[in-house]
Design a protein around this ligand. Structure first.
Ligand SMILES: NC(=O)c1ccc[n+]([C@@H]2O[C@H](COP(=O)([O-])OP(=O)(O)OC[C@H]3O[C@@H](n4cnc5c(N)ncnc54)[C@H](O)[C@@H]3O)[C@@H](O)[C@H]2O)c1
Length: 441
């Protein structure tokens, strides 16, 4: 297998020019100009150990594998609201005034293309920048043309689509999503079960652009779109960025299991005042989020293997829209656990985070890794990027791996494999020679 070098520009195309998107664009601009460090980004700051610990070899990830550099990255976006990047960033109140001023030009340059949008699925957004197409086929054609225009106007050689538009209300997957042929017949008759997110994904894959789903919306998790990705040879990844409370959950729950401590209940609640919070205030939109947020504990704790510890715990997750806080989300977790002799204990977590500050570097890493996957000719689900998602997609028959540190090992071992380096198993017996012999077999 040969790999194309990351030559020329990479267009990162963003359905949804909101708080996360503008924080990403401003951040890349400031970092590129030496005014900030890429904190939170594994591709820019992370290292990987190679070989044995005695060798003391650790290399930056961006030197281990050939990633596009930040100087090669350009941005384009779609949004249902006709505001440029600077207006969105000002309204979103994530960035400090000095950073906003410094990145204003780069943000102003981003004028969103008209969105493929369904007001029934995102009722809280007052849309005024909509693609005029009236059928699904026309919508797909418009989005495909947009992708080609973005590449031409931005003088980009390649494009990656990172979906970060609003959460859609939870609806069952349309019956036509079972196979690609049925889905395409659904496009022909503008099946109302096919959502905008699915149309963005279909258009991106048709243009051979890798598609990342940063939201809980249904899209490339559907068999029809997975089949399209495989048949066209395009990588896909999702879903729902794992940025705040769920990240904490996927660190703390493995700790409980590692120590064989029991769980009686996990109560998680948040207050959040940004537009995402407003959209999630809609009960059916929150249901979409609840699915990815709630799924992690069962998979990590494996109640079937540990019925005494995890066979009967209560898990509650709530998000409250509270405008004064803007993007400064506050998450509380109350965790009721039990130990030796069934004695109860409690853990309290109070995470005062900034939602978009946590999510932006994840989006950047995903774009760069998906471009790498694409240049290697990898297609379909990129499970090695599970590290970034609340609801990681996996091949049929597998359960997802949610533990953050197992996900990180998987990611780094994948990078080692790409670089032709052996994986690190952490067995480590070789350091102890004859002191720790294994039994003869
Ligand atoms: N910030 C985080 O930590 C985090 C974590 C996980 C997932 N997410 C998800 O990422 C997405 C973006 O978050 P945000 O805080 O930037 O939200 P936001 O509300 O600021 O931005 C979303 C944007 O999408 C636009 N939009 C809605 N439907 C659209 C469509 N069909 N086409 C194009 N644009 C459309 C809206 O007008 C809005 O500008 C949300 O779905 C959120 O749930 C965020």
């Amino acid at each position: 297998m040969s790999m194309k070098k990351p030559e020329g520009r990479l267009a990162i195309l963003l359905p949804g020019l909101g708080a996360v998107a503008t924080t990403l664009i401003a951040g890349v601009d400031l970092i590129r100009r030496g005014q900030a460090r890429p904190i939170g980004s594994l591709t820019q700051m992370g290292t990987a150990r190679l070989g044995q610990r005695t060798e003391k070899r650790a290399v930056p990830i961006r030197e281990l594998v050939p990633l596009a550099s930040l100087d090669q990255v350009v941005f384009g976006a779609w949004d249902a609201v006709a505001e440029d990047g600077e207006q969105v960033a000002r309204r979103s109140r994530v960035l400090e005034p000095a950073d906003l001023e410094a990145a204003a030009e780069a943000l102003r340059a981003i004028r969103p293309r008209p969105a493929v949008f369904d007001a029934r699925r995102v009722p809280r957004i007052r849309a005024n920048n909509l693609c005029p197409a009236t059928t699904h086929r026309e919508r797909v054609a418009a989005l495909r043309q947009d992708i080609r225009d973005f590449k031409r106007d931005l003088e980009a050689d390649r494009a990656v689509v990172v979906f970060m538009a609003s959460v859609e209300t939870l609806e069952p997957a349309p019956a036509c999503a079972a196979t690609l042929a049925e889905f395409e017949a659904g496009l022909d008759r503008s099946d109302p079960g096919i959502s905008p997110t699915m149309l963005y994904a279909y258009a991106a894959l048709s243009e051979r652009a890798p598609f990342v789903n940063g939201t809980p919306n249904l899209s490339v998790d559907l068999p029809a779109l997975q089949a399209l990705a495989r048949s066209l040879g395009v990588p896909i990844a999702g879903k729902d960025f794992k940025s705040g409370q769920t990240m904490m959950k996927t660190v703390l729950a493995p700790m409980l299991k590692a120590r064989q401590l029991g769980l009686a209940g996990w109560f998680s609640t948040n207050i959040l005042g940004n537009r995402d919070g407003e959209v999630l205030d809609e009960p059916q939109a929150f249901k979409s989020k609840e699915v990815t947020k709630a799924g992690v504990l069962d998979t990590i704790l494996q109640p079937d293997l540990y019925p005494d510890l995890y066979g009967d715990f209560t898990h509650k997750v709530a998000i409250h829209y509270y405008p004064p806080r803007g993007d400064d989300k506050e998450g509380w977790d109350n965790i009721d656990i039990f130990g030796w002799l069934h004695y109860p204990m409690q853990i309290k977590v109070n995470f005062l985070c900034k939602d978009s500050i946590l999510a932006a570097p994840l989006a950047l890493d995903l774009a760069l890794f998906m471009d790498l996957a694409s240049r290697m000719g990898w297609k379909g689900i990129q499970e090695w990027l599970s590290y970034y998602f609340k609801g990681p997609m996996v091949a049929e028959g597998l359960y997802p791996e949610h533990d953050l540190f197992i996900q990180l090992s998987k990611l780094k071992n994948t990078l080692r494999a790409i670089a032709g380096e052996p994986p690190i198993t952490h067995l480590g017996l070789e350091y102890y020679g004859d002191d720790l012999p294994l039994p003869d077999r």
